[in-house]
Write a protein of this length. Structure first.
Length: 231
């Protein structure tokens, strides 16, 4: 049974969501603030998280960052009463799968959850098909299976989304990685804000790879990106 963590300070909404998702076959844990949600996550194992953005003690963005450090692979959605562009960009830069704006249709939320969990399962199956996961990128070594980037014997574990974007770039080295196709593969659909989020991860990867000047992630205007390594 797949397990979902809901962190929502509106207790009525939280209980309604918990009852609905339990009726759909999920095991659900409900926390009423970010601090309790953080405690639950540290003790349990979850397949997906739903976070309210505005919460007491620890807000949703801060909670997501803390959880990402503990488990870079966990997918999460934000529940929010706000739909500001800056909030969406911040959430997507952390690695959010999507924003669900209140009030929302429970069936729509269920569909998003099912899409994400199916994609997670599909990604696991792809890894089992033994796509290349080890890459030498100039003086860097990239282990996509472990989400690790190594430079001069220093290893850094990158986030899940950074890992997915870099993996796609490496699999398409010296070829155009189309932004729209990459976004659809990573997030399960095409969306303007998700495209902007993808660009944020490209910027982060450029910073991670900046110590080898032979490495370039070239921007192809309005199309996508190319990973190039000068000989």
């Amino acid at each position: 049974m797949q397990k979902i963590l809901i962190v929502e300070d509106d207790i009525s909404l939280g209980f309604l969501l918990m009852e609905f998702l339990e009726s759909e076959g999920f095991e659900v844990k409900l926390a009423r603030d970010g601090a309790v949600g953080w405690a639950y996550f540290q003790k349990g194992k979850f397949d997906l998280c739903l976070f309210d953005v505005m919460m007491p003690k620890i807000d949703g963005f801060t909670l997501a960052r803390k959880i990402r450090k503990l488990n870079p692979k966990i997918p999460f959605l934000f529940l929010t009463a706000k739909s500001l562009k800056t909030d969406k960009l911040e959430g997507f830069s952390i690695g959010a799968e999507d924003f669900i704006t209140k009030p929302f249709d429970e069936e729509v939320l269920l569909c998003r959850i099912q899409v994400i969990l199916r994609r997670e399962q599909a990604d696991a199956e792809v890894l089992e098909e033994r796509l290349p996961t080890q890459f030498q990128i100039g003086n860097y070594h990239f282990d996509a299976a472990m989400q690790e980037l190594t430079f001069q014997n220093q290893t850094k574990r990158i986030t899940e989304k950074e890992n997915e974007v870099l993996h796609l770039l490496c699999l398409n080295q010296n070829k155009i990685l189309r932004r729209d196709e990459a976004v659809e593969k990573i997030y399960g659909r095409k969306d303007y804000f998700l495209g902007r989020s993808f660009d944020v991860f490209i910027s982060k990867l450029r910073k991670l790879l900046q110590y080898d000047k032979r490495i370039q992630i070239e921007n192809v205007f309005r199309v996508g990106f190319i990973l190039k390594i000068e000989e």
